[in-house]
Design a binder for this molecule. Structure first.
Ligand code: ZN
Length: 423
């Protein structure tokens, strides 16, 4: 039941980083009289005109091409800075304004498409990226991003076609090669899949699964949408969530996930439900668990320690099916709890019973944080993470408001567990 939110955020990061390092980092076209000497960094210095000054210069000289170009460049740079800080809406606003000035600039369209993609506004992202492609041709960035848009909206065939073009242009680009290989494996499985959808989810399912069962899965997901969304203080995804249900071994083949994995979220919820005619509580729990990862990613933009992410997912999943916390109780007795620092990254490298312990420990700690200090504080923590804060800074902000520190909360939880009690 590993949720690969972390993996997905790496991919997202790669999107942005590739765009940032790969080319379209804009520079000022020409210096205005007030401009500084050689500094083209996006950070304002005393000698460099501010965005507002450039805007005023342009408004005073609307037909001066230099003033117009300088404003556009400054807007693009400001937008890129916002992208780096994961402030996607503010980034989108800068790119939109830049595009109003230069409607034929492929860079403005590409960056606006990138921001829209990160905001999951897939229609707008597709339109902007197609426009960038029409004007500027097939750059690696545009093929890569447009492929991501198709992939995330379940048009895997189109995504593969675009990434094949990108791979021809840059055979050594491993980001492209890895995405392409994964998408091709999916395409093979996808060819024999049935499709279903609701207003919230796009469901694909193996031919071995009856459509009635697929409908039941969609119903459970609808429950998760309502219940988990309510628990998260009214948090709902920006766009429809892709869900892929596998009949059997295809799940492990496509995802490459370990034997113990019963589901995962890597931007799409994936789970195996071979041979079932009903959705048993265990599978309801997996669906609630994986759907929680969707909301955590929505709130934190992928900036979330794995123990917190898994703890939140377990907390929702265990409302549907709650097996005993055997490993946690044994580890507490023997004083062999896993150090929290080892649970910040992926659990996939953990061995044997430590996998279960990692999930149970994460669940118990998160449940304590919520029970003792409320959902409100938890949501504040997640929101601060989503604004790019480190965990320590986000925790200080959220728990400082209630006169606590995360260190003390962690100690309280340890004492509770050591005393054989549960949150
Ligand atoms: Zn998980």
């Amino acid at each position: 039941m590993v949720g690969l939110g972390a993996l997905f955020s790496v991919v997202c990061f790669a999107v942005t980083m590739q765009l940032l390092s790969g080319g379209p980092t804009p520079a000022f076209a020409e210096k205005t009289p007030a401009a500084g000497q050689n500094d083209t960094s996006p950070h304002q210095t005393a000698a460099q005109p501010t965005l507002e000054q450039l805007r005023q210069q342009y408004l005073a000289n609307p037909y001066n091409p230099v003033c117009k170009k300088n404003l556009e460049s400054a807007l693009l740079m400001a937008g890129v800075e916002f992208l780096k800080q994961k402030r996607y809406e503010e980034a989108a606003a800068q790119f939109e304004y830049a595009e109003e000035l230069f409607s034929d600039d492929p860079q403005a369209a590409l960056l606006r498409g990138n921001a829209a993609y990160l905001l999951k506004q897939y229609d707008l992202a597709g339109t902007e990226l197609e426009k960038a492609r029409n004007i500027g041709g097939d750059s690696i960035d545009v093929l890569f991003l447009l492929g991501k848009v198709y992939y995330d909206t379940e048009d895997i065939r189109q995504a593969v076609a675009l990434w094949e073009l990108a791979a021809e242009k840059e055979p050594g680009n491993m980001t492209i090669q890895n995405l392409l290989a994964k998408a091709k494996r999916e395409l093979t499985v996808d060819a024999g899949m049935g499709k279903g959808q609701s207003s919230r989810f796009i469901l694909s399912y193996d031919s071995g699964i009856k459509s009635e069962v697929a409908d039941k899965v969609l119903d459970v997901l609808g429950d998760a949408y309502n219940q988990v969304g309510r628990d998260f203080g009214g948090t709902y995804p920006e766009s429809r969530v892709p869900v892929i249900v596998y009949a059997g071994k295809d799940y492990h083949e496509v995802t490459g996930s370990p034997e113990w994995s019963g589901g995962q979220y890597d931007g799409k919820i994936r789970l195996p439900i071979g041979g079932m005619t009903e959705v048993p509580p265990q599978v309801r729990a997996v669906l609630f668990h994986e759907y929680t990862h969707v909301l955590v990613r929505e709130l934190t933009k992928g900036n979330c320690p794995v123990w917190l992410n898994e703890g939140l997912a377990e907390n929702e999943g265990r409302k549907e099916f709650d097996p005993p916390l055997t490993e946690l109780h044994q580890a507490a007795l023997k004083k062999r709890l896993l150090p929290l620092a080892g649970l910040v990254g992926s659990f996939t490298s953990l061995q044997g019973k430590n996998v279960y312990l990692a999930y149970q420990q994460s669940y118990s700690l998160v449940k304590y944080m919520i029970t003792a200090y409320g959902w409100h504080t938890m949501k504040e923590l997640l929101t601060a993470l989503g604004e790019g804060s480190s965990f320590d800074a986000a925790a200080e902000q959220a728990y400082g408001n209630v006169g606590q520190t995360f260190g003390r909360i962690f100690t309280e939880w340890q004492e509770l567990i050591a005393a054989g009690r549960e949150p």
